[in-house]
Design a protein around this ligand. Structure first.
Ligand SMILES: [Zn+2]
Length: 434
């Protein structure tokens, strides 16, 4: 399999590497790999298979079971997993690989060219995968760079997770996003253009955001005909719609027209949560962005004081909404709105997010599900990823303790496989394909 690192490719293009590209590509993936001796976690039931074998052929899992019941073919590459728990690859449903926030670091990126941004996004995708996140949903990127990156990963020209993308964020003029469209006709066109470019979701902003300097976060600026039309157009194309939202009024309006998912949910009231539960609407909380673990990050990127104050005041409401949503049984899929690998509270934003779900009322198993099979179900890809079972893609991570007993076990993540290829194995680096 030809999977040269994007930076290696760049170095070769610039004449920095002496070896030709082909020589820098990793060795062929063996036809069969056997992960032997670990405990395989069934994320549906929370049960584990001890001393297990996971047999992988090409990109897919072909057999899973106790060592005693599975004969490992002599040709298989054997990777020992003793003392580890094998879990499906993590999924993060609110990611921007090209993220720019207010502050010194964001200001430096103001004049970033598309080529520079694409390379930065590729580097972020690589770090995301190494942090154990094997599937992401991109919730707003610029000028189709996300679709280019997705294709590059598919061709082995860049390394990163599986990508579902909402393309560009569609908003009414003056809204919280870049692609402005007004009235049913313009909004239909905007949605269709994103779907044509490769979007498998449509993202709209139906209220302001924490980082906006104008407008009221609780306002509902879209008209009924605008909202109903864009949702209808997406659904007629088999594409789901998610809404950036901090306003209960706007949420109720969108629910009336069958919106599929809300991001953040900073200030949703009981009426909204009840309706979400009834309709099965998803909530992607991104709770890490408003909680103290993220303050270190905001200071690092030089966020202005007004931003930090907004984060702190939003944080209390955000936490209360999350607790209530969990108690009411609203569908929750993990998303961070920070880079999935971003340091947060001594771990990554992705793991910190899952820990916060448990603190807000989920069981440890439910928090693990919110990071694996729940997002897979939300994306509609749970037949192919999200579980360690025969027939699914071999997207597997390993940790040093049972995460169904303590979600913080995810902090010990030290092994990442995607599509049968080992990208990280801290205890046996020689098994990694480079
Ligand atoms: Zn976001």
């Amino acid at each position: 399999m030809n999977r040269p690192h994007v930076l290696a490719a760049l170095a070769a293009t610039l004449g920095l590497g002496s070896a030709p590209l082909a020589a820098q590509s990793p060795a062929e993936t063996p036809a069969m790999t056997a992960l032997v001796g670990g405990s395989v976690v069934d994320v549906d039931s929370g049960k584990t298979i001890g001393d297990a074998v996971v047999l992988i052929e090409g990109e897919k899992i072909v057999r899973v079971g106790p060592s005693a019941s599975i004969e490992v073919p002599p040709s298989a590459k054997i990777v020992r997993m003793d003392g580890k728990w094998l879990v499906p690859g993590l999924m993060n449903m609110h990611v921007h690989f090209g993220l720019k926030l207010p502050g010194a670091e964001g200001a430096e990126l103001m004049n970033e060219k598309d080529g520079e941004q694409a390379l930065r996004m590729a580097a972020n995708a690589h770090r995301t995968l190494l942090a154990g996140v094997t599937t992401v949903r991109l919730t707003a990127e610029d000028r189709g760079l996300d679709f280019m990156l997705k294709r590059a990963i598919g061709k082995g020209q860049a390394i990163g997770p599986r990508i579902e993308s909402a393309g560009e964020l569609i908003v009414p003029t003056g809204g919280h996003g870049s692609l402005e469209a007004d009235g049913p006709a313009e909004l239909s066109k905007a949605a269709r253009l994103q779907i044509k470019a490769g979007a498998s979701w449509i993202k709209i902003a139906i209220s302001g955001g924490i980082s906006d300097t104008h407008g009221d976060i609780s306002a509902a600026p879209m008209t009924d005909s605008e909202l109903s039309t864009i949702i209808e157009v997406a659904h007629r194309n088999g594409v789901k719609v998610t809404a950036h939202n901090g306003s209960s009024e706007a949420a109720l309006q969108a629910l009336k027209f069958g919106v599929d998912c809300f991001e953040h949910g900073y200030h949703l009231n009981d009426e909204v949560l009840t309706e979400m539960k009834k309709q099965g609407t998803w909530l992607v909380p991104t709770i890490v962005v408003s909680q103290p673990g993220a303050y270190e990050f905001y200071r690092k990127i030089g966020s202005p004081d007004w931003y930090l104050e907004r984060v702190a005041s939003t944080g209390k409401d955000h936490w209360a909404v999350l607790q209530k949503a969990i108690r009411m049984g609203v569908n929750v899929a993990l998303g961070t709105d920070q880079f999935p690998f971003e340091p947060n509270g001594g771990t990554t934003a992705t793991v910190a997010e899952a820990e916060l779900y448990q603190k807000a009322g989920m069981t440890h198993l439910q928090a693990l599900q919110a990071a694996t099979i729940r997002p897979a179900a939300m994306l509609g890809v749970d037949k192919s990823v999200g579980r360690i079972v025969a027939g699914q893609y071999a997207d597997i991570i390993a940790v040093a303790a049972d995460p169904t007993k303590d979600i913080s076990a995810l902090r010990t993540l030290d092994f990442v496989m995607k599509g049968g290829v080992i990208y990280r194995n801290d205890t046996a680096p020689e098994t990694v394909v480079r």
